[in-house]
Structure formats: structure tokens, C-alpha cells
Design a binder for this molecule. Sequence first.
Ligand code: SF4
Ligand code: SF4
Length: 377
Amino acid sequence: MNMIDYENAVFCRKCENYDRENVSLAVDRLLAQAGFGSDEIRGKRVVIKPNLLLAYAPEKAATTHPAVVEAVINYVKSYFPASLIIAESPGGTYNESSLRRVYDVTGMTGVSERTGVPLNFGSDSDTLSIPDGENAKSVQAIKPILDSEVIVNVCKAKTHSLAVMTGASKNLFGVIPGITKFEMHARFSDPQKFFGMVTDVNCELKKHRTVFSVCDAVICMEGNGPSGGNPKHAGMLFASRNTFSLDSVLAEMMGVHDETPILAIAASRGLIPASADMIAKVGDPVPTGLDFVKADATQGKKLTKIPAFLQPRPVIDRDICKGCFACVKACPQHTIVEKDGKAFIEKKNCIRCYCCQELCTFKAVRIKKSFIYNIIK
Ligand code: SF4
Ligand code: SF4
């Protein structure tokens, strides 16, 4: 009989819908099968870190569903942690009023009320030193994460304009406070360096803490994620102690494994095998043939080397733009300006980070592909 490698295996459990009882049963079995229990939880300071990108209702599939967060909390509580808190740094500003709105709309306020677990409203952050970082030697991180001994990373499965897909590892980029995340895109404008930095953050957090990931892939997002795509049913929950293993299996299910930059970086650093086939999967079979629609900005592997000016770029559809200028605040290059009451992208300085598309709740940011790009493709 093969021994299970609990550090790197991915545990998989069917969960067809968000009925609370159903999710609770599936989460209990999944986490018990993964062996997540007393040894790692009892007497520890535990933080629950969902994906709460923006103030979107759960039906949009942009954020971790409250039923999953609640079930995970109830499971963790049963093993008597010393303290438990729900904390996240969403996409916009990181302050009490923004957090309150995000928690209310995403269903986290209800989770907190039902479970008695507090939400973080503090906006303090500090330096996370990364002495062994290959791309970053330090980043800012929110205090509840820095103060924790255990991070339960309750992520959401989505396709993604920049990352191709997001699950466990990219959710830990969300420990960086508020708009500092946008600044990181300017500091690491080369996608290889950006995802190298995200890999550094993942490795550093794991070095001094338990990081246990649970992925809500019951209803995922496909298309222009992380915010502008459409819900896609996969009916699965995943769990792993290795964020990259989890993402590898998830990306394989979504049909984007070979195009996902962070997986190539993690494999090159020996953190996962190059292929998802070589990762142990325990539990229910992972669905195949789901045929996820990719984000418009996703480039095939062979296209990542083409010059920047030929790569897909964001443009603003003036007929849809409402002139709210959330994108202006999000742009790390300050290359979005106002023109006649609407937003306009001056393409010269654009680094194709797609933060503008991510932050536009009206889906007014489209991806334009040049004639030559379409021919090469
Ligand atoms: S965020 Fe969207 S709607 Fe608002 S100004 Fe930018 S493109 Fe227009
Ligand atoms: S215009 Fe959009 S894609 Fe370009 S740098 Fe600004 S936020 Fe990033």
C-alpha cells in the first residue's frame, strides 16, 4: 500500500452545491482525510484567509462562498485553537469602512455572526522579511497574517487575466495590504518576476507557519477573471498543505496547466513536479472535460516571448464606462486618464497587469489583440 505524502498531496471531494449542510459534510470529510486536526490547530493562533477580492455577492463567483468559509471555521473551532479570526485584504483601500462593505456584501458578516468568529477591521501592516527570496527580499503584510501561527487559506478557483488561473498560491498575494498590491505590479512589472515574488511570499509564510489551503471549486469563475468572468460549475472542493500542488491539480482541471506561469516557476524551484499527473490525488476523482473559457488576455505558452507592443492590451469601452475612475486609482503606472468624463488608457506606459480590468465592476475594460498577434496565434 502506498503511503500518502500529506505535505504535498491534494485531497479532493465532490460537493455539488452550496447547501450549508452539504458543504459542512464535505468539508469535514475532506479536512479529516487530509489529517488537518489537533496537532496543527489546538492552542494555535489561527487566521482564516478567504478570497474577498471586492464587494461582490457570492453568486458572482468572484469570492470564496460563505458556506465554505463557515464550514471550515466550524471544523477548525472543533479542534480548540487559541484564537481564530477572519482576515483579508481586498482589492481596494484597506480600511475599516471598505472592509465592512466587503464583509457585508460577500456574506462574511453573516459567517462571523453565526460562528462567533471575529472579522478583522484593523488596517495595520508590517514588513514580512523574505531572506531567501529569489525575487523579493521583503513585502508588506497585514498584521493578522503576521501574528498567526496557522493560515487557513480558503481560496476560490477562477481563471485570471494575468495569472491565467488563481487558486491557493495567488490568494496569498492577498496578504499584502490594499493598494500596496497595485504598487507591487509596478515594482515587478515583468510577469516572471511578479510570480517569482508571489512564490517567495508563499515559501516564506510556510517556513514559520502551517499554511493549509482549502479551495472552493464548487462554482468557479471562467473567462475574464478574477472579477469579470462567469460562474462555472465544477462541484469540487480541494485541500492541500502545498499551495502549488493544489494549483497544479486545479489548473489541470481547468485546462490551463501549461500556460500558468506560477506553476512553471514552482516546478523550476523544485516545489512541485512539472506535471499534475505526478501529484498524489486522494479522494474523489477530479472532473475532466470541463472546458473552462480562458481569460481574453491568456497567451499560449509560445506567445509569452513576443514583444510587449504585440501582446494583448486593455482598452476601455466608452459605451460601458461609467466614469467611476476606480481603474484610475488601481493603475500602478498612472496611465489611465480622464477624457470627457470617461476613462482612457494611454498605452505607452501600460505594463499589462490588468488591475484596471480586475477593479472595473462594470466590465468596461476589454482586451484588444493586434492583427499580428492573431496571425501568430
Ligand atoms: S472602473 Fe470601469 S467604469 Fe469606472 S472609469 Fe474605469 S473603465 Fe470606467
Ligand atoms: S492600464 Fe491597466 S493594465 Fe495597463 S498598467 Fe494600468 S492597470 Fe495595468
